[in-house]
Design a protein around this ligand. Sequence first.
Ligand code: SAM
Length: 299
Amino acid sequence: AGQSPQRSAAEVGTPKRTKEIIAKYGFSFKKSLGQNFLIDGNVLNNIVAAAELDKTKGALEIGPGIGALTGRLADAAGRVVAVEIDQRLLPILNDVLSDEPHVDVLHGDVLKLDLAELFREHFQGVDGVSVVANLPYYVTTPILMKLLEERLPLQHIVVMIQKEVAQRMAAKPGGKEYGSLSVAVQYYCVPQLVCTVPHTVFIPQPNVDSAVIKLTLREKPAVEVEDEPHFFNVVQASFAQRRKTLANNLTALCGKENREALTALLHSIGIDPVRRGETLSLEEFALLSRSLLEKGWGR
Ligand code: SAM
């Protein structure tokens, strides 16, 4: 039954089929490309289910590998576009997905692609697109920041990533996991940890723990910000040295000569200068960045 072209795509995410395909094509994993393939049908199904796809919707997959997730996305969505950097995987993907006319496999580096153009070319007439992927861990943050900052018309981003990074994305103020990544992600999205997964669901097994996170894009950012680059500068500066107080970290941005005025400003907006950046909510960061901008500091 494993040879049946009809079902071959959905069967790829099993240990047996994965080993067969790797042997058939003489494929060798490249650690430098973050190649850890999923071999657990339940985990693959959970990822697809979290994306809330149907035949009116599109899915963009980053790094299809040998197509374990791609086949299941093809079953669930009306159109699938998969971007793979490793040329050696393209003949495998063409074989595995040969019966899936609504799947486009593109060769390229997702970080270099013009995604707005990809959307125009491949997702015409589709009622909402979600990114669904088991991401290469070495570029998780650049990929996610590119997706968010380019303001692509996305519904959800459901991705397998390093567990520790997923926890930082979903962290609330007050803990050591909360940082500039938490603020950036939560500015654009509502994060939800879907599940954590053991090493054993991958081949080869990564040496870090993994988790699936679902980011639901907000219609507009969580807080009102007049100048986004300035807002993110202020956030970065506030977390620059985590053991330092907010006033100390912000002095680097505002200038030593403005130290006293900065302390007074923080008091005036109800933020104690001895607090640490990790205790500030998104609303407080927005208020802080607006007040600093009015003074012309940090721009
Ligand atoms: N989706 C497959 C699965 O779950 O079995 C493979 C996931 S594997 C963790 C990551 C995949 O991303 C690999 O196939 C790798 O070659 C590809 N990749 C790595 N860097 C990439 C990049 N910059 N752009 C596109 N694909 C990339």
